[in-house]
Design a protein around this ligand. Structure first.
Ligand code: DX5
Ligand code: ZN
Length: 227
């Protein structure tokens, strides 16, 4: 299994964002997770396409945009133009999930579907062929620094099973990403439940040595691969 670590810049120092994204990628991050909140779909307000465009020249790795906004469609072309590589959204926030997935791909990005702790995975049934990434929220979206909800690991296992069945049938890979409360002390347990991509905000940016934290996360994942 190839594991990827996606530092979430929600916990970064916004006054030094260019430097922060360069540093966290130099420290071993595989992609930049970019949280977009609108104070409608979630009770918080963050950053938009202008900030995505501003950080794009600072890094070569993919920018993984997580839209926690409603409505969704209006922002997709803007994020594609701003250099997003992956765009995920929550199915409840779109009037037409299928149309939104197509819109993301038509703009040259990979499409992700994000599931809150209580959102049914049944949305996947009809959409798998148009999805490149499944994002399982381990917390309710809106804030960094929350504790992960252990019951969500069952949903993660379920998502892994659905993806494996689909991949065996079609040969197409779909990433399984988790978001919320990931730390070096619980990353192995979460990986064991099926995740391959790990968003981590406060666990990385609240420490002074990003390299050390990412190294600890990788060590925990390596020991799992060796089991
Ligand atoms: C929460 C966001 C997360 C957040 C994760 O709604 O989607 O990406 O930044 O932060 P931590 O890792 O601190 O839980
Ligand atoms: Zn996120």
């Amino acid at each position: 299994m190839i594991f990827r670590i996606a530092p979430s810049i929600l916990s970064a120092d916004f006054a030094r964002l260019g430097e922060e994204v360069r540093n966290v990628i130099a420290a071993g991050g595989d992609l930049i997770h970019f949280d977009v909140m609108d104070n409608h779909y979630v009770p918080n307000l963050t950053i938009g396409p202008m900030v995505c465009k501003a950080i794009r020249p600072h890094i070569r790795v993919p920018i993984d945009v997580h839209l926690m906004v409603r409505p969704v469609d209006r922002l997709i072309p803007d994020f594609a133009r701003a250099g997003a590589d992956v765009i995920s959204f929550h199915p409840e926030a779109s009037e037409h999930v299928d149309r939104t997935l197509s819109l993301i791909r038509d703009h040259g990005c990979k499409a992700g579907l994000a599931f809150n702790p209580t959102t049914s995975l049944n949305y996947l049934d009809q959409a798998m062929s148009r999805i490149d990434l499944v994002l399982i929220m381990l917390v309710n979206p809106g804030f960094s620094g929350q504790l992960f909800i252990p019951e969500v690991l069952n949903k993660l296992r379920d998502a892994r099973q659905r993806i494996n069945i689909y991949s065996a049938r079609t040969g197409r890979q779909i990433h399984l990403e988790v978001d919320g409360g990931v730390k070096s002390s619980n990353i192995a347990q979460i990986a064991e439940a099926g995740a391959d991509t790990f968003v981590a905000g406060s666990a990385i940016f609240n420490q002074s040595d990003y390299q050390q934290v990412i190294y600890e996360m990788r060590c925990a994942l390596v020991s799992l691969n060796e089991k």
